[in-house]
Design a protein around this ligand. Structure first.
Ligand code: NAG
Ligand code: NAG
Ligand code: NAG
Ligand code: NAG
Ligand code: NAG
Ligand code: NAG
Length: 738
């Protein structure tokens, strides 16, 4: 155990010795106790004041007492015997005070006095900066030389002359009163000499001056010629810039690094993040912190990160982020950094991206909205369809094959009527509006949009539509179909082209001209239709609004009762009765008005009024007459009572119909208009009686003559009309087109 331990110990010691041996030429790290300031000048390493504080003897600064004006004693840093003004690590330069050399004529002793200065820095790390210094001479008959005869025997100089003070100009140093010349690289020594034969004692300017100095610190003034201002203002010393480097080792970075690897040389750039730079002036090298770092590269850990953001290098509106060895700029959302112009420009890709995204979203959402609306609409349609008993209707239509009944879609009807265009309206009434429409293959139809339908009716609508659709009688307008998708169902009827009985009786200029027997036929046909309606189903289908305007005329002037089924569509509960009066004024059954009970006999009453219209050619209600004369039915009944019927009959009726016919018709009308419903005849009886009366009217040929005369007069009219002359059971149909 102990053996192992001792072996380990020996190895460790050997390693330590090896390391120590390898690190022999170590760079001395200055003690933190070293004085780092003197006379306001920062003495940074590799410079140092005192023992073990500088990198080498060449950088040994001494802080000395000097006496300034007024006898005040201050401390100033000195390198050797020259005062140090400034140290720059980054540029590898220092500024020092250099002595001016003079050559003056002393009038008191009548002799020339020469005072030259010799600057020797050849054994130090310093070389005169060839970039920042110029050899400068001042005087009117001056030839000054600068010499370096240490190793390269360099000699140069400049000449300055002037005739009069007026030739001189402040700031100009180009041979008149002042001259300058550049120096080569690598100079560490110079001395000055004047061409002593040049100055004449009587000439302009008593002194000549020559000095190697910082060019930027010099500006020629004309007073420098005739006074001693140049020497006096600077107290005989002017700044000169020296380039320094680590010159006591290898002459270049490459060699320094190589030598360090071999362990033969201690490399001066101790800090990480530092780099080596070859000296720009003379042999040797410099250290510099890497880009993005600042500090002292000659000290361990001397280079530290630069907080670049302190100088706000980012464009306005941008945000600066300091990183190790650098920084990063970022711009606000919606802007992008333009590296070239260092500005925050609008980020077009982001803007277009966002815009496109937004547009896509809008399009998608409106698309979705449309689909939603469409589904909703379909749901509403289906709801209506279901409410209106469409399902029952479909069931029945399926079981009863070949039913001539169509369930129209809303769209079909909208198309057929040009979206319910006003020009398509062919009738308007209490129950709703009737439009003419054209469906598949030019089939004309009449579409009725009901005004209102009660809740109960809604439910049974489909069922009842089915009953109505099955009514197939030549004198009843055929119900072709319906539309249940809408809130209020629509009914579709066959289209009947030739107007109504009302128009035939009361219409302008043809009223009196329609043959009486034609009107009678129409009345008979209408009565047949109503009779069929009453007998068709149980409970009976009551028309509910019998009037001349609801007796339509087809192409052959045959009657077709329309708008039937009020019982079906009419509301049944009491509340609705109050608001919805069935029927039309003038035709209303007085009993119905009292009981609110619609019966077949109500239709009979109304039909009685239609008969009166045919008989008298008058309207059922005259609102402008005296009160007793307003209602046609009451006028008629009182006339019947007073046996003065002829008074209310128009002349043409008297001429056309036989007396017996008129009497029979009047009697029938009177029965129909009986106040008590049960006393009125049934519709079947009315139809039968009308049939009998028609046959009665047809006296053989005598009557025809009269009709022929009538026909002649019709020939000069303007409307196409057809009527017939009936002989016994034979019908002669004559069509006239004028
Ligand atoms: C300077 O360093 C040397 C050895 O490195 C040492 O002997 C000497 O005492 C030091 N001088 C001072 C003033 O610290
Ligand atoms: C530095 O300069 C001072 C004063 O001039 C001197 O005493 C000292 O010995 C010098 N040190 C070195 C290392 O040259
Ligand atoms: C050092 O140099 C800078 C400019 O490079 C100057 O502003 C400063 O005054 C100088 N300091 C001294 C003590 O000369
Ligand atoms: C050191 O680096 C700085 C900035 O990186 C540069 O301005 C300077 O000239 C460099 N110094 C030398 C001696 O190359
Ligand atoms: C300075 O210059 C003179 C010539 O004027 C020369 O003889 C002398 O050797 C120089 N001094 C030194 C130290 O080189
Ligand atoms: C230049 O100035 C210095 C310091 O003030 C002085 O000692 C020297 O005599 C002056 N020389 C001339 C020629 O004025």
């Amino acid at each position: 155990m102990e053996e192992v331990l001792s072996v380990h110990l020996a190895v460790a010691v050997a390693l330590l010795l090896l390391l120590a041996a390898k690190r022999t030429p170590a760079v001395a790290v200055p003690s933190p106790q070293c004085q780092r300031q003197c006379g306001g000048v920062d003495i940074v390493f590799p410079f140092g004041i005192g023992d073990n504080c500088s990198l080498s003897a060449g950088f040994n600064v001494s802080c000395q007492e000097v006496q300034v004006q007024g006898g005040v004693v201050v401390y100033r840093p000195f390198l050797g015997n020259v005062e140090l003004l400034n140290i720059s690590l980054i540029h590898g330069t220092i500024r020092e005070l250099n002595h001016i050399s003079t050559y003056c004529y002393d009038s008191s002793s009548s002799s020339m006095e020469l005072s030259t200065w010799c600057f020797d820095a050849s054994e130090t790390p310093f070389r005169f900066s060839d970039v920042q210094n110029k050899f400068t001479a001042i005087g009117c008959q001056t030839l000054a030389y600068i010499m370096d005869n240490t190793d390269k025997s360099y000699q140069s100089g400049c000449v300055s002359t002037c005739q009069s003070l007026s030739d001189l100009a402040d700031g100009s140093c180009s041979g008149i009163g002042c001259c300058q010349t550049d120096i080569p690289k690598g100079m560490g020594f110079y001395n000055v000499s004047f061409d002593t034969g040049q100055i004449s004692p009587s000439g302009l300017g008593r002194c000549s001056y020559a000095v190697l100095m910082e060019a930027a610190a010099f500006s020629f003034r004309t007073t420098y010629i005739d006074t001693t201002d140049f020497n006096d203002t600077s107290a005989g010393q002017v700044p000169v810039v020296m380039d320094w480097a680590i010159r006591d080792g290898p002459p270049s970075c490459e060699l320094a690094k190589r030598n360090e690897e071999t362990g033969s040389y201690a490399y001066a750039c101790l800090s990480g993040n530092s780099e080596c730079v070859d000296s720009p002036n003379g042999p040797g090298y410099l250290c510099n912190c890497s880009s993005g770092y600042e500090g002292n590269p000659y000290l361990p850990h001397g280079c530290h990160d630069v907080d670049e953001c302190k100088n706000s290098p980012c464009p306005s509106g941008g945000v600066c982020h300091n990183t190790v060895g650098g920084y990063r700029c970022s711009c606000r959302v919606g802007r992008k950094l333009n590296e070239r112009s260092n500005t925050c420009d609008p980020d077009t890709t982001l803007i277009t991206g966002v815009t496109i995204g937004f547009l896509v979203l809008v399009i998608l959402s409106s698309f979705g909205y449309m689909i939603l609306q469409k589904t909703k609409l379909n749901q509403v349609k289906q709801e209506h369809f279901r409410q209106h008993g469409g399902m029952i209707l479909f069931e029945r239509m399926r079981s009863e094959n070949g039913l001539a009944f169509t369930v129209f879609s809303e769209a079909e009807l909208v198309k057929a009527t040009d979206n319910y265009d006003k020009s398509k309206i062919i009738g308007k009434g209490g129950h709703g509006t009737v439009y003419k429409g054209i469906v598949k293959g030019n089939v004309p139809i009449a579409i009725k949009r009901c005004a209102l339908v009660g809740e109960r009716q809604k439910k049974e609508f489909g069922q009842e539509m089915l009953i109505l659709s099955q009514i197939n009688h030549k004198n009843i307008v055929k119900l072709e179909g319906c539309c249940l998708e809408v809130e209020v169902p629509m009914l579709v009827y066959e289209f009947v082209p030739n107007g109504t009985l009302y128009e035939l009786i009361h219409g302008k200029d043809q009223a009196s001209q329609t043959p009486f027997c034609t009107l009678l036929r129409i009345a008979h046909e209408a009565a047949e239709g109503l009779s069929f309606l009453h007998s068709y189903a149980s409970p009976p289908i009551i028309h509910g609004d019998v009037k001349s305007a609801n007796i339509l005329l087809d192409g052959n002037y045959m009657a077709k009762v329309s708008d039937f089924g009020a019982s079906v569509l009419a509301p049944s509960d009491k509340e609705q009765y109050v608001t919805m009066v069935q029927g039309t004024c003038g035709y209303l059954d007085p009993e119905y008005m009292q009981t609110c009970q619609l019966t077949e006999k109500s239709d009979v009453y109304s039909f009685g009024v239609v008969l009166l219209e045919i008989l008298t050619g008058q309207e059922p209600l005259k609102l402008d007459g005296p009160e007793t004369q307003r209602s046609l039915s009451s006028k008629f009944l009182s006339a019947m009572k007073e046996n003065s019927l002829d008074a209310i009959l128009p002349s043409h009726v008297n001429g056309q119909g036989s007396d017996e016919l008129i009497r029979g018709l009047a009697e029938l009308a009177k029965q129909c208009l009986d106040m008590c419903g049960s006393n009125r005849p049934s519709m079947k009886e009315v139809a039968d009686e009308l049939g009998r009366l028609r046959k009665l009217s047809l006296h053989p040929w005598v009557q025809i003559d009269a009709d022929m005369i009538e026909t002649q007069s019709l020939l000069s009219g303007t409307t196409a009309a057809s009527f017939e002359i009936e002989v016994g059971t034979t019908e002669l149909v004559a069509d006239y087109a004028r």
